[in-house]
Design a protein around this ligand. Structure first.
Ligand SMILES: Cc1cc2nc3c(=O)[nH]c(=O)nc-3n(C[C@H](O)[C@H](O)[C@H](O)COP(=O)(O)O)c2cc1C
Length: 183
């Protein structure tokens, strides 16, 4: 059992985070969900709160506990941090060390040695764009493991690489990663 921090970002695939949370909690993991503002346009925080049985964190300035700084505490207590789905925008922010929202701030505050993963989901042209590919390489160089997107008919009507990996494959990748850390 591990403390998994799941960051959900503003992709059309964000609704799949519900299944992801559900499967991870059934495996007895504690799942804490972070959402970007854009993610809340695609799936409600309430859904993920009910499935995770935990408060969903939306705002870096939401400091309801006086004894700790929320985003620092969230980073410290994470055994594994995963962004799924990960948008091009969030990948860019993480690659550039941004900390201007709850997802990027927690990512940047992760103590060294924490397990970090991301599962991109986006239109093929966004995915193959050299800027996105450069950002992905930067994340990999900084310890993030990528759960590769698959080829599929995308929501925009294009066919190609960029669809979120199957939820079950993401869960399997998380299990493997957690075993590596002997949690
Ligand atoms: C209908 C719709 C679907 C979108 N799907 C994606 C997507 O799958 N992947 C992506 O990178 N951006 C997608 N976007 C664009 C992002 O929502 C936008 O870049 C946003 O700034 C992402 O913010 P975030 O990374 O903070 O969540 C979509 C936008 C719309 C309107």
């Amino acid at each position: 059992m591990a403390n998994i921090t799941l960051a959900v970002t503003g992709s059309i695939a964000a609704y799949k985070a519900a299944d992801l949370v559900s499967l991870l909690t059934k495996q007895k993991h504690q799942v804490t969900v972070l959402m970007t503002r854009a993610a809340t346009q695609f799936i409600t925080p309430l859904t993920l709160q009910v499935l995770s049985k935990n408060k969903v964190h939306l705002d870096i300035m939401d400091e309801e506990r006086t004894e700790v700084v929320n985003h620092i505490e969230l980073a410290k207590k994470s055994d594994l941090f995963i962004v799924a789905p990960a948008t091009a925008d969030t990948i860019s922010r993480l690659a550039h060390g941004a900390a201007n929202d709850i997802v990027s701030a927690v990512a940047l505050a992760l103590p060294s040695g924490k397990k970090k993963m991301f599962a991109p989901a986006m239109n093929t042209n966004m995915y193959v764009n050299p800027l996105t590919q450069e950002n992905i390489q930067t994340l990999k160089k900084n310890g993030f493991e990528m759960i590769a997107p698959k080829q599929s008919l995308l929501a925009c009507g294009d066919f190609g690489e960029g669809a979120l990996a199957d939820v079950q494959d993401i869960v399997t990748a998380v299990q493997i990663k957690l075993k590596e850390t002997r949690i």
